[in-house]
Design a protein around this ligand. Structure first.
Ligand SMILES: [Zn+2]
Length: 526
């Protein structure tokens, strides 16, 4: 069923040299939940992820490993990045690599147009360059080194010395776009979100913009500048264009018109690239700017940002091997307000897994299904007359559906899941109050028992649909167990914005026994 709406969402492309950690998986999981929700709502949805494979640092690492940069990237994509997507069950529509010939060609087409239109000029540049960031740093972004780097200037992000470089480069006249960018932030207040991120960007651009050096001639692992092949395109300029070349920029106008503009989910450390440089590039080319750039926060472990260099990197498999991909997706998107920093700890994960997934949701499903099996031989009874208790459940299910959808529109994933969870809590309370095990002992209460069992099972039907973008492996099991697969078709085909409409599961549906969706897990003590 089509809603007539279009939704195109992207993750940042992975820097291929990184080791996948839970920070990458967090971005992917969030983007995947958003795209699955929109797809199941009938929106014309496209989700893109991929890898960033050019630049000096990748070339240096490849050489150190005795292979070509392309061979190096091929290996990392196959052994690290595509497996990461499987580990957390991401259903992306496309995976772009910046070494794809199609991408490289269209970067050149884009660049040539900017050059022909006078947005690019040749100039001299001298500055402090961080190889880790792949960018020239302003003096405000440098610190005095300590320890082995005493007496040198180091990058504030990498804590490694920067190099003083002087190059004849090509420059993008980004300074010319400061006013138009400020007007954009003003006219579309949700262009950069959350508000804290937006304010930071507005302050930054208000100070005025420098032109951007967009080529390098000291190494050759990159897209060649079409009119001067002694230069390669600055890696960020190349990387940002992936969002557009992947959906047909320059060579498939129909696809481009259908998908563009995109919603970009990014980490806040790369917000400026996406909300300043990228829209300025698009403005220069006469193209529409993105729909939105949303910066999520950092995952903190022991108070520090997650990264390999800080030795706090946790591989997603360490979590999914024990807790499963559903718990990974649920935990990070529920426990952390999307857009703010959040702390990860094994204890918190373990506690929420048991309290919310195993006891809250999993146990609810098990109990309801077991009672339908025990009291009415696994055949869903037709409900009798509703009381205020049933009306209240129906109201909560309808309200949770509408609230969750509105929260998804704001990319407030934690609120969306929280809204759906009001159904879990309400159904648990309902069962305790209605006590079907008491009704089952009384022959005169058969009608009432039927109403309670139907209400609880129909509530599970709504939960399976609403949670399916998050809990991708357990909800189909539940769907099948309550007989919905046979009665209503595949879970992924259920229109999610319609999940709150009561009474979809027909009486007579066959309810089958269910293994625990979230078995108890003992946390190894060390
Ligand atoms: Zn750096």
């Amino acid at each position: 069923m089509s809603s007539g709406r279009s939704f195109y969402i992207t993750t940042p492309i992975f820097y291929v040299n990184d080791a996948p950690h839970i920070g990458h998986a967090y971005t992917e999981a969030a983007t995947d939940v958003l795209s699955r929700w929109h797809r199941q709502a009938g929106d014309d949805t496209w989700s893109l992820t991929g890898t960033d494979e050019h630049g000096e640092k990748i070339m240096r690492t490849a050489v150190a490993n005795g292979v070509t940069p392309k061979e190096w990237a091929d290996r990392l994509v196959a052994e690290a990045w595509k497996p990461l997507l499987e580990t957390i069950d991401v259903a992306n529509d496309d995976f772009i690599r910046t070494t794809d010939p199609h991408h490289e060609h269209n970067v050149q087409v884009f660049l040539q147009k900017l050059y022909d239109d006078g947005h690019i000029y040749a100039g001299e540049y001298e500055g402090y360059y961080c190889v880790g960031c792949e960018e020239y740093k302003q003096s405000s972004e440098l610190l005095d080194g300590t320890g082995e780097y005493e007496g040198q200037l180091v990058c504030a992000i990498h804590s490694k010395p920067v190099e003083l470089l002087r190059e004849r480069n090509y420059f993008f006249r980004m300074s010319a776009f400061a006013d138009r960018l400020l007007a954009l932030y003003e006219e579309q207040p949700d262009f950069v979100q959350p508000d804290s991120a937006r304010n930071e960007i507005v302050q930054f651009v208000k100070q005025g913009l420098n032109d951007l050096s967009i080529s390098r001639s000291s190494f050759d692992w990159g897209v060649k500048v079409p009119w001067d092949e002694s230069h390669v395109v600055y890696v960020w300029f190349d990387a940002l264009l992936n969002y557009a070349t992947a959906v047909g920029l320059s060579d498939d106008p129909e696809q481009f018109a259908r998908r563009w503009p995109a919603t970009h989910v990014v980490g806040k450390d790369i917000l400026r690239f996406h909300s300043v440089i990228w829209p300025a590039m698009l403005m220069a080319a006469g193209l529409e700017v993105p729909k939105q750039v949303f910066a999520h926060g950092w995952l903190l472990v022991g108070g520090e940002k997650m990264s390999k260099s800080k030795l706090t990197g946790i591989a997603p498999r360490e979590i999914t091997d024990t807790f499963g991909s559903d718990a990974f997706r649920y935990y990070f998107l529920r426990a952390i307000a999307f857009g703010q920093d959040g702390s990860f700890s094994w204890e918190d994960l373990h506690a929420r897994y048991h309290a919310e997934l195993a006891n809250g949701f999993g146990n609810l499903a098990s109990r309801v299904i077991a009672m339908v099996g025990r009291y009415v031989d696994g055949v869903l009874p037709a409900p009798g007359e509703s009381t205020a208790a049933e009306d209240e459940i129906q109201r909560i299910v309808a309200e949770a559906t509408a609230n969750a959808d509105a929260a998804i529109d704001r990319l407030a994933l934690h609120e969306a899941i929280g809204s759906v969870w009001t159904i879990v809590d309400a159904l648990n309370g309902y069962i305790t109050e209605q006590a079907p095990w008491v009704l089952a002992k009384d022959e005169t209460q058969r009608d009432r028992l039927a109403t309670v069992l139907y209400t609880a099972t129909e509530g599970l039907r709504a939960l399976a649909v609403l949670l399916s973008p998050v809990l991708t492996t357990t909800t189909p099991v539940l769907w099948s167990a309550i007989g919905a697969e046979a009665a209503l078709g595949a879970l992924r085909d259920q229109p999610i914005r319609d999940a709150g409409r009561w009474g979809q599961l027909p009486a007579g549906a066959t309810v089958a026994p269910l293994e625990p969706l979230f078995p108890r897990i003992e946390l190894a003590t060390s």
